[in-house]
Write a protein that binds this ligand. Structure first.
Ligand SMILES: Cc1ncc(COP(=O)(O)O)c(C=O)c1O
Length: 442
């Protein structure tokens, strides 16, 4: 083989995934044409009650405050410094055959993003994309002893037009930086991180499922890796990101609604704690309670707080209740951000959208179990649902509360609002509705 042929062969090998992607997109665009016709027809049959707007007024949601870095954080990283080391053929991960059937977080893509922080070297170091590989750290690393860890959960969606989008990433960056501050970890420039993340997604873009029932889950993680045992802020940290294609949240063997265990002896968060931050240490103590729920044949835990048994969250979701007031007017409520609740991005988006629709009252206020029981007895409780990035909206059909089953009529409504909300949000995420919340990856 001549040198020129060898170079050409190398080029073809390096770019073959682009060719495959091009062919896949062309096939999808053809099938989308027929899909669009079906969707148009379906839309004509069920005209929604709500006006689906293609923008959001700043009256209904506020952009997060820019993060103020502590002076001693040192230098920030920038996306222009990004170094890329592509996976060799033997490092490529096996790709699943059926994205829709993927279990959550079991399969990972070929590459990851890593950004080290070393105070002794002046602050954040150069970002790098590397093949997916194990991390090496000292056994005294703070993350291993004091759970100095926090994370985010985002998704990349392949739209009906073949473009890849992420949803309100600046909100995740803001939430992550707030958790970093609370953990004594260094804060960073969210916009620069999003540029690095976009590059990672575009390198692994063939892993973004070609399906509206699946997506690419993004797990940004920040850990303290200082190799010292003192309970103190970490002078070294690692901000890394892994990607995992995930299938449909709902399994085909149920109607999509979940049943909950509500046991007031367990609490997820408390005033002055960190229930409002996405730290790993919040999640470990929930696992055994979740196991108990499963043993009782229930799917999730409804986390209660206080003597009045306030509803705070459902598993790893925020909670919403839709009910009729005594005068018949309907109202959508979700608990306020009082420190016990994770400020969900889906939660914020639902509040903003429904306030803009203006079809019913929307309130942030405490919901208690006695209130739920009373509304049920009076036939005024219409829908109860959890919300989050993983499932968008998860309807609830039963609560096991202090040994009694409360049956919630969420799935019995003729035109449930949780369905309209789900359709709107997924419409934005999958590019069916043009919206500033959906950010396209180039
Ligand atoms: C405890 C908890 N509540 C709520 C949510 C929903 O948040 P988001 O809508 O940002 O995914 C999550 C998921 O991140 C969570 O872990």
């Amino acid at each position: 083989m001549t040198t020129k042929m060898a170079i050409n062969a190398k080029e073809i090998f390096r770019n073959q995934h682009r060719l495959i992607r091009f062919i896949e997109q062309s096939i999808r665009l053809c099938s989308n044409q027929s899909l669009k016709t079906v969707q148009k027809h379906a839309k004509q049959q069920a005209e929604p009650d709500f006006q689906i707007t293609t923008s959001i007024s700043s009256e209904y949601t506020t952009a997060p405050e820019p993060i103020k870095h502590d002076k001693d954080v040192g230098q920030q990283f920038a996306a222009v410094q990004l170094a890329v080391r592509l996976a060799a053929p033997h490092q490529l991960q096996p790709k699943p055959d059926n994205d829709d059937a993927l279990a959550f977080g079991k399969v990972f893509t070929d590459h990851m993003l890593k950004i080290y922080y070393h105070r002794s070297l002046g602050g954040w170091q150069r970002p790098e994309i590397t093949p997916l590989e194990n991390l090496v750290m000292h056994p005294a690393a703070k993350v291993l002893h004091y759970a100095v860890e926090l994370f985010e959960g985002m998704k990349a969606y392949r739209g009906v037009d073949g473009k890849i989008r992420i949803f309100r990433p600046n909100m995740n960056m803001n939430r992550m930086n707030l958790a970093a501050k609370r953990s004594g970890l260094p804060t960073f420039e969210g916009e620069e991180y999003i540029k690095c993340l976009s590059r990672l997604i575009s390198i692994d873009s063939e892993w973004v499922p070609h399906s509206e029932a699946a997506s690419l889950y993004i797990r940004p993680t920040l850990i303290g890796i200082d190799p010292t045992l003192g309970v103190a802020s970490s002078d070294s940290a690692l901000l890394y990101t892994i990607l995992s294609p995930v299938g449909s949240y709902f399994k085909a063997d149920n109607d999509g609604a979940v049943s909950l265990l509500a046991d007031p002896q367990y609490t997820r968060a408390w005033p002055g704690g960190v229930g409002n931050r996405k730290m790993g240490s919040n999640y470990a103590p929930t696992i055994n309670v979740q196991k108990e729920a499963a043993q009782k044949g229930l799917q999730q835990v409804l986390w209660l707080y206080g003597e009045d048994h306030q509803l705070t969250e459902v598993g790893t979701m925020n909670i919403f209740m839709f009910y009729a007031q005594e005068n018949g007017d309907k109202v959508l409520v979700t608990p306020p951000l009082n420190g016990l609740i994770l400020p969900g991005i889906t939660r914020d988006s639902i509040l903003a959208l429904t306030k803009q629709w203006g079809k019913f009252e929307v309130r942030e206020e405490v919901i208690t179990m006695p209130q739920v029981s009373q509304l049920l007895n009076e036939g005024r409780l219409l829908e109860l649902f959890g919300t989050g990035t993983a499932c968008v909206v998860s309807p609830i059909n039963r609560i096991n509360y202090m040994g009694t089953n409360l049956y919630i009529p969420t799935m019995e409504q003729e035109k449930p609002i949780h369905e309209t909300i789900r359709e709107t949000l997924t419409g934005i995420q999958y590019g069916k509705i043009e919206h500033p919340w959906a950010v396209t990856i180039d």
